[in-house]
Design a protein around this ligand. Structure first.
Ligand code: SF4
Ligand code: SF4
Length: 175
């Protein structure tokens, strides 16, 4: 490995500094969508409903420092619990690095552009249909979607396409 190789290629998740760990988050916001657990088989289903602290445009938490105090079921991701969080999206940088993969062209650490995760269609921008507080709990099941568990077209290419994919104008969050 070259001396100038980036930290996510040379360090294990457990050995990263706090700053490196935080910078590894691509800012997609997918993990901050409300999820439902099937009582019968324990399967986790994503919805297109945002956590009450999720900023759907920035795709970031509005109170990251106090997130677990303010939202009971907010899970603080660590190197130790990562393997248990099987519902994390396939695009999640922590999942990728833990599995020995490199980051993709749209990750801000690679592109040096925080907008690239949105341009690639990886983030939840323009796809969050409501805030969880704006919706009766019994309606959450009507908002189950499959896209947070999938790769957007073109995002898995190793290199950036000549032109970034155009984000669809219509919401595509249908199961
Ligand atoms: S899914 Fe992973 S990369 Fe995306 S916001 Fe959550 S922790 Fe960050
Ligand atoms: S409280 Fe947790 S789940 Fe909710 S937006 Fe913040 S980090 Fe995401």
């Amino acid at each position: 490995m070259a001396d100038d190789a980036p930290f996510w290629k040379t360090k294990s998740l457990a050995d990263m500094t706090d700053g490196e760990w935080e910078s590894l988050c691509d800012g997609c916001g997918r993990c901050c969508l409300v999820k439902l657990e099937d009582e019968d088989d324990g399967a986790i289903h994503y919805t297109d409903i945002g956590c009450r602290l999720l900023d759907g445009e920035a795709c970031r938490c509005r109170d990251y420092a106090n997130r677990t105090a303010r939202v009971d079921d907010c899970v603080r991701l660590t190197a130790q619990n990562l393997a248990d969080l099987t519902w994390l999206p396939p695009t999640c940088a922590y999942r990728l690095v833990a599995a020995g993969h490199d980051l993709y062209w749209w990750h801000p650490l690679v592109s040096h552009d925080p907008e690239s995760v949105h341009a690639a269609g990886v983030s939840v921008r323009a796809r969050v249909s409501a805030d969880e507080d704006a919706l009766p709990e019994e309606q959450l099941g009507d908002h189950i979607v499959s896209w947070p568990g999938k790769w957007p077209k073109g995002a898995k290419a190793a290199m950036a396409p000549a032109r970034p994919p155009v984000r669809p104008k219509k919401r595509i969050g249908v199961p």
